[in-house]
Design a protein around this ligand. Structure first.
Ligand code: NAD
Ligand code: 44H
Length: 384
């Protein structure tokens, strides 16, 4: 079986590539990083190391790579004959790979009527749907009808902490032992991709919200408060009593929303939350607050990990989640100059004021209780 995976980065090699290999796939990575592509083609294998006391290592074999900036037509060819296409490039990059996927699928329909599943493995709600929309924007009406018959873009939730890598071996990836890959099975055309480790569910919404509004909400809050406290290590940030308290309070709010909305068992959910906080503190993993806090404009969007659970909470309980509001204020305060999003937010705040920035980045309306709470918390933080 042949898989094409866009993005040979942390999660691409450390999680998706590894599971694909264990499931019998030969994987072609597609990336724009020449160094990575060349190394993958030279070695044809890489090591995944677990961040635990044993530092267990496994070899991932049967891999090669294509540089899509140099050889786009090769990418289209491999898509035409693939058994699976996956991507983990970041939500903002999905539109940039849509053209290659559209052309690869166009080529495929001239060669066979075999179905194909395309899965975006990004930290966002409806990632594959976004990718599909971007692909379909490039099609004519006839192609859309044909694509609908043959291709599916099921949404997914992926969970495994893979920090930025500092290993001497540039292909080796250190990953946490835990992983979860949940895929929406409704609408898959043909056979569900046989991947050991995927859990197929009939409705992804509870799972993606549970993951994004627990793992990623909690992670982002620790990252922003950690950075603001001058701490660069995620594990160290969690040793700070105030930050630990903030994350616990924030996750109590998201837990109240998630258990009420989806009926998750309260005790089981509380264990899930505790397990996640322990994962963040894994002493064998070295993760940076600036990786976890990266791209705050994306993270502040109204359907992402901070604002979405907050607005849902207001809608469901008629109360303002003050801790989530504090997390949003911390994201707006994040002033790491090497992050282009953080830099832009700080410039907008300086030039146009915090009220303008809250409206612009979160979509919250001035005058609403949530907006005013974020504004109040931001100003309180700025005084410190
Ligand atoms: N690292 C994690 O812990 C983790 C866990 C779950 C989900 N994710 C999600 O996976 C996605 C990737 O995250 P990551 O941490 O692996 O990032 P990363 O930066 O390590 O990897 C992204 C890769 O995509 C490549 N890329 C960029 N533009 C491209 C293009 N046009 N075509 C092909 N490749 C391109 C980059 O060169 C890089 O190798 C993000 O959406 C992230 O939220 C990450
Ligand atoms: O990848 P991002 O920027 O959306 O979020 C940063 C981290 O929270 C994220 O990469 C986690 O490590 C991952 O989602 C764990 O499953």
């Amino acid at each position: 079986m042949k898989a094409v995976h866009f993005g040979a980065g942390n999660i691409g090699r450390g999680f998706i590539g590894s599971l694909l290999y264990q499931s019998g796939y030969e994987t072609c990575f597609v990336d724009v990083n020449s160094e990575l592509v060349d190394l993958l083609n030279e070695k044809r294998q890489y090591t995944v190391q677990l961040a635990n006391a044993e530092h267990e290592q496994t070899l991932v074999e049967n891999v090669h790579a294509i540089n899509s900036s140099k050889d786009p037509s090769l990418v289209e060819e491999v898509i035409a004959s693939a058994d699976l296409v996956t991507a983990a490039v970041g939500p903002n990059v999905l539109p940039l790979i849509a053209g290659l996927i559209a052309n690869g699928l166009r080529k495929r329909i001239t060669q066979s009527d075999k179905e194909l599943t395309i899965i975006a493995c990004e930290n966002m709600i409806n990632g594959s749907t976004l990718l599909k929309e971007k692909v379909y924007e490039l099609l004519n009406e006839g192609e859309k009808i044909r694509f609908d018959k043959q291709f599916s873009f099921p949404n997914a939730a992926v969970d495994r902490i893979v920090p930025n890598q500092t290993n001497e071996d540039k292909l080796m990836v250190t990953v946490e032992p835990f992983y979860e890959w949940i895929v929406d099975e409704s609408g898959i055309k043909g056979e569900k991709p046989p991947i050991n480790g995927i859990t197929y569910v009939p409705d992804l919404q509870p799972y993606i919200e549970r993951k994004l509004f627990t793992v990623n909400t909690g992670h982002a809050v620790v990252a922003y408060f950690g950075y603001l406290a001058g701490i660069r290590s995620m594990a160290q940030a969690l040793e700070n009593k105030e930050i630990k308290e903030v994350i616990e309070n924030v996750l109590q709010e998201t837990s109240r929303y998630l258990t009420s909305k989806y009926g998750f068992d309260v005790q089981a959910h509380s264990e899930y939350v505790q397990k996640i906080i322990n994962r963040f503190a894994n002493p064998f993993i070295s993760d940076d607050t600036t990786r976890v806090g990266r791209s705050p404009i994306r993270k502040l969007k109204n359907n992402d990990r901070l604002v979405r659970p907050a607005t849902q909470y207001v809608e469901m309980f008629g109360e303002v989640p003050v801790n989530l509001a504090k997390g949003i204020a911390a994201a707006l305060s994040y002033n790491y100059v090497e992050d282009p999003d953080a830099k832009e937010i700080q410039e907008v705040i300086q030039q146009k004021g915090i009220e303008h920035a809250i409206e612009l980045y979160t979509g919250l309306q001035a005058g609403t209780d949530l907006f005013e709470e974020v504004n109040r918390q931001y100003k309180q933080m700025a005084k410190k």
